[in-house]
Design a protein around this ligand. Structure first.
Ligand code: SAM
Ligand code: SF4
Length: 365
């Protein structure tokens, strides 16, 4: 059988070799991939896009990932920590605007003050929204007890990117110490699943040293792990991080963008009913990047609702979308541009991962 895109898309088995062919598709074959991912998305998740109001509540981090602008050793910028009132107000904004859900994200800390504070915030946000706001957390690696406490306080989804599923590549992107262990990250993902979180992961695309084989393994990792949600997007360099020295060895930014769209499309083909988020990094490259991701197969968007005075300090990579227009204006223009790609916001809905419920049913829970 010829290994072309049409044959691959008509088949049922997706191995690394076939996935690489899809990721390399150009011209008509590329169109075919996107047509198929759009068709599958329409059939399995419909044309709704769920909003998660993203609150980046602190850029203080105890880790030192080589790619990230808010890593511990970067002293060249202002650290901030929103007050509880500012976080609650942002949650109220999401609730009033009918977003259905929020994401609480920050640098990684694991001290008891931090973890107890998050528990309190979860309780207050549940209360202020009458239990109506769904809450996703993205707060890095924590102990089983902490994950459980947060689940019981009202969080029901958790996003922890594996960043790179190949342990050898992971090791090149992180310091070689216990705080940055691949094994621990994997264990955390397993724990989240066991605790019944809707479990999300993801990777960066276009990293130094990354190959097509790595990217195919990333997608197979997500499938084999039976993940419920994915947020993945292009790696974008930050001038004050260790990885900047490889800036001339990576794919041009436009290629990283295109490869990210293809990763989303292939993932939608191989995991039909999961939630896929359109990452902010796509928007950093192309103002309509998130909408293009929605066309390629994404069904979740995380509009940034962090108060404007802090938004520019959560500076993960160069050219991260900055505060310009008011929040209301950003949301209005997002709604308009989504309409142009025939997507409808799922107002007031949690927009949970259909895959999660199927997975739980199949395991008899
Ligand atoms: N500290 C938590 C963690 O690491 O899971 C949550 C916040 S962290 C900033 C969220 C994500 O930002 C990471 O999982 C990583 O994939 C992404 N990120 C960090 N630096 C990036 C970069 N230079 N380009 C693209 N994404 C980046
Ligand atoms: Fe900290 Fe997360 Fe950035 Fe790593 S990716 S340095 S854990 S904020």
């Amino acid at each position: 059988m010829k290994n072309n895109v049409k044959d691959i898309l008509e088949g049922r088995k997706f191995d690394a070799e076939k996935i690489i062919t899809l990721l390399k598709a150009e011209g008509k074959e590329r169109d075919e991939l996107f047509r198929e991912s759009a068709r599958i998305k329409h059939n399995y998740t419909g044309n709704k896009v769920y909003f998660r109001g993203l609150i980046e509540f602190s850029n203080i981090c105890e880790k030192n990932c080589y790619y990230c602008g808010i890593r511990r050793d970067n002293k060249k910028f202002r650290r901030y920590n929103l007050t509880d009132k500012e976080i609650n107000d942002a949650a109220i904004y999401a609730h009033k605007n009918n977003f259905g859900s929020i994401v609480l994200q920050s640098g990684e800390l694991s001290n008891p003050d931090f973890t107890a504070r998050v528990t309190g915030l979860l309780q207050s946000i549940k209360k202020l929204s009458d239990g109506k706001l769904g809450i996703t957390l993205s707060l890095g690696e924590q102990s089983k007890e902490v994950y459980r406490e947060w689940y019981e306080a009202g969080a029901h989804r958790y996003l922890l990117r594996i960043e790179a599923s190949n342990p050898a590549l992971y090791a090149k992107l992180h310091p070689d110490d216990e705080l940055h262990s691949y094994h621990k990250r994997l264990e955390c993902l397993k724990t989240l699943k066991k605790l019944n979180y809707q479990t999300g992961t993801g990777v960066m695309i276009g990293l130094p040293f990354q190959t097509y084989e790595d990217l195919a393994s990333d997608l197979l990792f997500m499938r084999n792990f039976d993940i419920d949600m994915v947020g993945m997007g292009p790696y974008i360099e930050h001038s004050n991080t260790p990885l900047i020295k490889y800036k001339n060895d990576i794919l041009p930014i436009a290629d990283r963008f295109d490869l990210s769209l293809k990763m989303i499309a292939v993932l939608r083909v191989i995991m039909k009913d999961i939630n896929i988020a359109a990452s902010t990094a796509l928007q950093a490259i192309d103002p309509l990047g998130r909408e293009k991701a929605v066309q390629a197969g994404a069904n979740v968007i995380m509009p940034n609702i962090t108060p404007g005075i802090y938004r520019d300090d959560y500076y993960l990579y160069d050219n991260k979308p900055r505060t310009g227009d008011s929040l209301d204006d950003c949301i209005e223009s997002l709604k308009k541009s989504l309409k142009e790609v025939n997507a409808v916001p799922g107002y007031g809905e949690w927009g949970d991962s259909a895959h999660y419920f199927k997975r739980r049913k199949n395991s008899g829970k």
